[in-house]
Ligand binder design. Sequence first.
Ligand code: GDP
Length: 296
Amino acid sequence: MVLAQLGGSISLALRQMNDATIFDQKVLNECLNNIARALLQADVQFKLVSDMLTNIKQIVNLDDIAAGHNKRKIIQQAIFKELCKILDPGKPSFTLMKGKPSVVMFVGLQGSGKTTTCTKYAYYHHKKGWKPALVCADTFRAGAFDQLKQNATKAKIPFYGSYTESDPVRIAVEGVERFKKENCDLIIVDTSGRHKQEAALFEEMRQVSEATKPDLVIFVMDSSIGQAAFDQAQAFKQSVSVGAVIVTKMDGHAKGGGALSAVAATKSPVIFIGTGEHMNEFEVFDAKPFVSRLLG
Ligand code: GDP
């Protein structure tokens, strides 16, 4: 994972700062510039990086830090705090309650890993004693229902979809109603993706959302989309009320910075990351340990 490189570059910048015999503004600027370069190379949006630098410089005014205080430590803490701030929007995603029916709608572009992630999410909760179910409201992509059906069968999760019905809203509503009657407590609705952000896709998402009234909308994003992450995430957020993000393909060559941008664009936390094609290659995401690892 290229994130390790980002972590390596950031910790190297901090180490160089720690090793400097005389600690002055020049050393600090050099350290911050190295960190900024590492973040930009990892595809974190330019504005996020420049805002972060401004904030750190405001917190860390070397002239104001009284003698005797450990300046380097104060700087490290400021960097840690700012990185956490980018990844942690300050509000948790909607908390699902076991035993109480919740509807979770998945949105994202085609190929982002949405359908795979729906099953991983269902499987993760199934293992924890929930009663999840999957609804395939993707009538756009040929084979979407078969893929979901195959995944669901493998994971022993009930599913709903149709080969003949072309109205995604109808399928979504029917599926949600059926699984509510069957006392499922986590009803997952997989929606259509498109190759690019299109008005028709967003309109369909809005309609499915209005009809099923999801408790949580999860935006699934491919971590390899790089600098496009911010705009893409923002476009989804403007159409439906995204409440959480799942970043996929973190096992690949992705630089991972897109995750930071998606959080900033949707003001929603990353809740899981996808780390492979298999059902259990799925990890809970927590900002603080993630940043601690980055800082080494
Ligand atoms: P959708 O069009 O958004 O529903 O995307 P799919 O779920 O069909 O996934 C597209 C491709 O990405 C498939 O080949 C998946 O196996 C693969 N994929 C999904 N998530 C991950 C992941 O976390 N890591 C890797 N390596 N591949 C993934």
